[in-house]
Design a protein around this ligand. Structure first.
Ligand SMILES: [Zn+2]
Length: 173
């Protein structure tokens, strides 16, 4: 067992995630554990980033790619929860994507209230330790939570929050 797997196994153990959690329940559980109010929403993310987390000390907003399968969206949310649970620092790629996304938002104040320097992005290539840990967290949590593997998780994603669509400028892709 390598160091990343060991680290995540210990973390997942410490989190004491109830075995009957669906994705929604897991988001709320991580919210309690990390002491933040958490929401997850679909967003028009760029081609290089499929998930993004904007976090302050008290709030976290997980954005996942709107234009992909529900199964992929579930994986993205799990990965982002991994960053939060591991308490990772933000990456430069994430800051760039957050800035790009914020520039498209018609009501920046609404989104800016969630925004701080604590930003993570899921990007191509899991070469960094933090990316490996977030991926491994997603794998281990999925193995523990049977509800994530069934159709119920797709309903969870749909239920998490309304789309950001209404905040985008009309005509934007
Ligand atoms: Zn990541």
């Amino acid at each position: 067992m390598n160091a990343v797997r060991r680290f995540c196994a210990r973390l997942v153990e410490e989190l004491q995630i109830p075995g009957d959690c669906d994705l929604d329940g897991l988001v709320q559980h991580i919210a309690r554990v990390t002491g933040r109010e958490l929401t997850a929403r679909p967003a028009p993310l760029g081609p290089r980033v499929s998930g993004l987390t904007l976090a302050t000390d008290t709030h976290g907003l997980i954005l996942y790619q709107r234009h992909t399968t529900v199964w992929h969206q579930t994986g993205i949310v799990l990965h982002e929860l991994g960053h939060l649970a591991c308490r990772h620092e933000s990456s430069p790629e994430a800051m760039v994507e957050a800035a790009r996304l914020l520039a498209q938002v018609t009501d920046p104040a609404q989104m800016a209230q969630h925004f701080s320097a604590g930003v993570h992005a899921r990007h191509h290539g899991y070469h960094k330790r933090a990316e490996l840990e977030a991926e491994e967290f997603a794998v281990q949590v999925t193995a523990r939570l049977p509800l994530l593997a069934v159709a119920g998780s797709s309903q969870a994603v749909d239920r998490l929050a309304p789309s950001l669509e209404h905040r985008r400028p009309s005509g934007a892709p």
